[in-house]
Write a protein that binds this ligand. Sequence first.
Ligand code: SF4
Ligand code: SF4
Length: 278
Amino acid sequence: MVINQKKCVACGNCVAICPMGAIYVDPNANRAKINDDACVECGTCYRGMSTENLNPSMVRGIRKVAKFLRFRFEPEPDVCPTGSFEMNELEMPRLIRQIFSDPVVEHNSTGIKGRGTEEVKTNDVSRRVDVGEVGYTIEFGRPGVGVRFSDIQEMTHTLAIEGVTFESNNPITHLMTDKTRGDLRGDILNEKILSAIVEIKTNIVQVERVLEIVEKVTERIDTVTAVGISTRCEDGEDNVLGPLLDKLGYYYSRAKTNMGLGRITNKISFTEAKAVAR
Ligand code: SF4
Ligand code: SF4
């Protein structure tokens, strides 16, 4: 994202719009600028403000006179009066910021916008998590903190040592060069994004250890995490995971329940697929 310096009149309206706090008004240049390292290319500043396309020289002139006469000439707070934001053409590795942060951009790897995964929201038809398995979503960077891929890799590395299975239909997994080690592409490690979700699967015995790892790694990385954990209910009830979380002392609430009313497109279940593979 760029701010056209010829157009900007330094009204400061855009500063509060940026979820990463990447926009500031440079008092020396008297223009708004973007901290490129902090910007995640989410497009909020570009799409989230109305534009008036006023003549910048005229606005600057009026603002100068207004300042001299000790009154203010300010645009409405949700308006960039001169339409100064411009989306620039991005290339990898910077492009990865936009792919993960701009909600209107689709992930090529999964065909889904935003964070690029349906998670277990469609589990009744996708069967990502089958009977006897436990699925996890580990979400990074929300709200308003962001995350670098190096910090995500710190988590995936540590989880890989524990022998977890990374969900194949997930954009972070697609960026892995070695799934057994949790390695991500080297060129993107310093890139920052608004948020991302790592999806893994284990058996029930590993739950305690996985949650412990997520807590420990979160303490040493520069972001925030939130964990979703899921299982398939038998006879409409979860008789295994819930009681285990209770025993381990975790507070949880049932966030989403799939009713199993969808049309099953994945005819062969994960358990059956594993049996066939054997
Ligand atoms: S693209 Fe997003 S992160 Fe970058 S300056 Fe605009 S609002 Fe901030
Ligand atoms: S809202 Fe537009 S004119 Fe005002 S500071 Fe931001 S970029 Fe400049």
